[in-house]
Each structure stands twice: as C-alpha cells, then as structure tokens.
Ligand binder design. Sequence first.
Ligand SMILES: Nc1ncnc2c1ncn2[C@@H]1O[C@H](COP(=O)(O)OP(=O)(O)OP(=O)(O)O)[C@@H](O)[C@H]1O
Length: 243
Amino acid sequence: MIEVRSLVKRFGPKTVLRGLDFSVAQGEFVALLGPNGAGKTTFLRILASLSRQSLGEVKIAGFSLPEQSAAVRRRLGVVSHLPLLYGDLSAEENLRFYGRMYGVPNLYARITEVLELVGLTARRRDLVRTFSRGMQQRLAIGRAILHDPEVLLLDEPHTGLDQDACGMLDEVLRQVAVRGRTVVMTSHDLARAQDLASRFDILTRGRIQASVQQSDLVVDGLLSFYRKTLEAGASVQREGRAL
Ligand SMILES: Nc1ncnc2c1ncn2[C@@H]1O[C@H](COP(=O)(O)OP(=O)(O)OP(=O)(O)O)[C@@H](O)[C@H]1O
C-alpha cells in the first residue's frame, strides 16, 4: 500500500532524510518511532503530500507522489500537528465540507456517526474556534476517518488529548485496523504504540534503522528493542562507520 525508495529530504544545506526505504502492506499498523528531530514528521508530511521529497520514489496505493497527489489524497486520512479545521464553521459544517469534497455517501448519517465516535455530539453546531485544543484534535480525528480512507497517517495523535479522548482514539484506531485499513502513526508513547501497532519502525539519522513485528518482540518488549536500536546507532557513529 505504501512504497518508499531512496527518499531524501533536504532543507537548504541540511539533509533530514537520507535514502530512506519503507514499505507497508495493506492492513499493517506501523508505529513510527524515533528521537526528537529524527525526521518522523518530515517523512509523514511527504506521505501526506503536504511536502515534497528532494529525491526518491513515493507511492501510495500505486499512485506516485508528488505527481498524483489528488488521487493519493482521496485515499488518505491525515491527523497532523495542525488541526486543519475552519474556525468559523461548526463541527458539523467542517465535516460536511470535507465529506462533500470526498463524495462521502449518506453524509448526514456518517457525520452523526463520526461525531458520536469522537465524543462531540453535544458540540455539533458550535463554532470550532470556541473549541479547546483537545476538542479540535477530536474533530481532526473525525475528519480524518470521515471518508473511511484506505490509509490513515497520524502524527503523534494522542498529544493534547485527555485520558477519555486517548481511550476513544485507541478504540477508533482498533476499529480502523480490524477493518483492514493501513495505518502509520508516529509516537513517543512506546506503551501505547506497543498496544496498538502490528509493526514498529525506528527512524534515526534519516533512515529506518530497525523494524520489528509485534509477534517478534521478545519478553522485554518494545522499550528494550528501541533502546538497543538507538545504542547500536550511537556506537556505529562513535566508531565513525557509515550508517
Ligand atoms: N521547514 C523546515 N526547515 C528547516 N528544517 C526543518 C524544517 N522542518 C523540519 N526541519 C528539521 O528537520 C529535522 C527533523 O524534524 P522533524 O520535525 O521531522 O522531526 P521529528 O522526528 O518529527 O521530531 P519530534 O519527535 O520532535 O516531533 C529537524 O532537525 C528539524 O529542525
């Protein structure tokens, strides 16, 4: 469903992604992990067609980015750091706008269902600019799943959510996964990632340094795998070997 080859992203003289390869099959739920500044958001923004690669090949559902971004966007749901909502529209109007853009069938019923799912039924007709940050995040999640996209991309989606909302999001993500959708989610919350994802990829120094399936995690789990990957990368760098 997602194929990335030799991806390079530069910001001026700074190279953030250095020949990154990444491949995700339909129905996989990949947690993309890595330290601050590793390039996770940069990578996700390229997949979401919010930013262009400097070099390399990116394909989603067989469509190439950036050339076929319109076809890709129809198949994507995105939760990014910016909620990408219209403050002067109500929650319902925001969803109606996106729903029409994506040609969602039975839109009114679907909006009702999604608002219920994200716990915003009581705020349905309120303007989004009157929402708290967490409520905006809830609505952004609702917008991302409204058209039942084949691929869901989420950049630290639990940030800013209270305990209830985190539980709601986990439930939404489990439902999405059960229905065979493909998910890529960045996170710093290893426990939560371990609970949700089927695969864990660790991005450091501009590449995927290690990847492990949920079923292959040993007893001491994801935290140990994560630490070992970062330590191995650091010792390679100390010895001056090319990664
Ligand atoms: N528009 C930009 N211009 C210049 N540098 C940028 C830009 N966007 C990101 N960077 C740099 O790219 C690097 C990777 O940033 P990115 O936000 O992708 O990391 P991240 O892994 O998502 O980090 P975090 O875990 O802190 O969210 C950082 O050094 C950042 O300063």
